[in-house]
Design a protein around this ligand. Sequence first.
Ligand code: UD1
Ligand code: M6R
Length: 716
Amino acid sequence: MCGIFGYVNFLVDKSRGEIIDNLIEGLQRLEYRGYDSAGLAVDGKLIKDGDEEIMNNIIIKTPGKVKVLKQKIIDDEINRTDIFDNHAGIAHTRWATHGQPKEENCHPHRSDSTKGEFIVVHNGIITNFAALRKYLLTKGHIFESETDTECIAKLFKHFYDLNLKAGVSPDLNELTKQVLHELEGSYGLLVKSYHYPGEVCGTRKGSPLLVGVKTDKKLKVDFVDVEFETNAAQQQQQQANGHSSLLQNNHSTSLDLGFIPVAPGEQNLRTSQSRAFLSEDDLPMPVEFFLSSDPASVIQHTKKVLFLEDDDIAHIYDGELHIHRASTKSAGESTVRPIQTLEMELNEIMKGPYKHFMQKEIFEQPDSTFNTMRGRIDFENCIVTLGGLKAFLPTIRRCRRIIMIACGTSYHSCLATRSIFEELTEIPVSVELASDFLDRKSPVFRDDTCVFVSQSGETADSILALQYCLERGALTVGIVNSVGSSMSRQTHCGVHINAGPEIGVASTKAYTSQYIALVMFALSLSNDSISKKKRHEEIIKGLQKIPEQIKKVLNLETKIKKLCNDDLNDQKSLLLLGRGYQFATALEGALKIKEISYMHSEGVLAGELKHGVLALVDDKLPIIAFATRDSLFPKTMSAIEQVTARDGRPIVICNEGDAIISNDKVHTTLEVPQTVDCLQGLLNVIPVQLISYWLAVNRGIDVDFPRNLAKSVTVE
Ligand code: UD1
Ligand code: M6R
């Protein structure tokens, strides 16, 4: 998925080479998200432009990986030695949405090909870009790409010129507000311009953006004040809104009728509110800023970060960070943005001794599942306490129904736990794919509890569904891995699954941690029920053993590697059969296999076999069947009989030493320890994660970056 990185140094001397290296390194930390092109923009040399001296700029961009960009910078013989004591550089990794991954479509995009006055990088999608483009074409702007982003750069120049014509020299953040007024859709974006040397504005709406701050000295305060629009400026803006957006005009005039220049009082209005960045003697201090769509690219520089809210404009200049809003303060709106200290360690996001992040994350599961429970379960007294939900439990207990909403693997974790939710809470539970839920405009009421499950907390479909539920007054609960993500912040309450950063595109450890977090949620909701006490104890004792049991299952790797090598490698298709709790495991296994190894695979409800799928079964089609012991075991066995009677030779995932299964009709068995029925999926999923991993490795696939997929799907 697209990634943004920006770097600003102030009173810290940096050569152009060092600045480029910083930007490249930032992009490399974003590579795990999946992308197809990369690019950056830095300052060039001072040149004469009529009477003016301006800093020209260098934009380098290319389809392909960051290493291709790095090589291009070398090939282009970019001067590395010029020193800057104040500089703003911006960079981007692109995942194509509008226009093919080719050079002209890569970011950064510029306002004009002659001087490149404004340069922009952007994540998200501008939904009204076609109309904006049409309008800007009538104003003489020449487009160089097929992207939606380019119209943003053009709009900056358009408004800058209009302001100048009106005799006003606007401040960069005021100009940004004028541009944002025209944009519909989602964005995280950075803009730099030679009219504003050493400055950058960053803003977001529905796409994450944060600012890391690095200083030698301690910051005076650990927050930044929010600078709201003054009443006068607001009135003027409203007046402007009354006239236009630009697109509401009929565009027939050469001077925009609807355009209202920045209020004279607002031009270059530089407040002294950025208290955090002054030294003891109230003078500016040396400082570096790192703007990014992902903390993973900031963490090696600084742990001090500020997460922007939607519609915030972060304006960095003269070593200060100012947060602006395009509106006056409304009641209850926060007047500060905290500068937080990130707990994440860099080594947490590195591969360690593993060949791929996916493999590392599969093997981390004894730890990650333990971390999900750490401090939340008192195993001795069988009590579960989820700090983030405690105050909301009485409301949730009274709700009419629980709707779980998610995508992909996160959706499967909901399916895997729905039954235990229903059993323990006796509240009706439905499980929804976010996109389908929205497509259907499913009815949601104030007395519903909507549970959003997401690893990234940034998945566009899930966020849109969340907004839909918020608008309808439902209580929203997040089960999210990424602290500070949009979903974690926008839900009323929730649980961080604490699995640690997941980098491989295939979700593995997030699944087992989501599963456990959801089981703990169900346990918390029913902890006052006497009739459920025994079941509670059984599940909690079961949870305690899970990390150790996962370790045991991971020992199957050698057997699985051989199985993949000898028997599965050349196959074209694979079925996974499960029922009851194991239906979700079958679906999750099938998703893992297809997304990583590109082999067609399908999760089938074992009870449905005879209603059609059985026609596929012969002595060649590989089948994996989940036949661990639970109340549905006899029925699962009957499905296996149906398969073997048609010469199928299934690979059976069963409990250790289960003699009923080990017969010559099955291809092989993968034995896993037994646990409580509702937790068995936590152990059964591990062999299929390993199968998908080794199938992909054998096929030479770039496991962490499978084709056409991105880690965090921030587009609908
Ligand atoms: C919190 C702290 C943890 C600390 C513990 C000590 C954070 C992120 N967690 O953990 O470092 O050790 O207290 O008591 O500071 N939330 C949402 N939506 C979500 C996820 C969470 O609104 O999707 C909210 C929760 O309701 C809660 C807060 O975020 O208010 C933190 O959630 P969580 O980390 O799960 O809480 P604790 O486990 O109590
Ligand atoms: O970040 P999320 O959990 O919201 O992501 C949801 C899906 O995009 C994700 O689980 C996807 O299906 C994974 N690639 C599966 O491995």
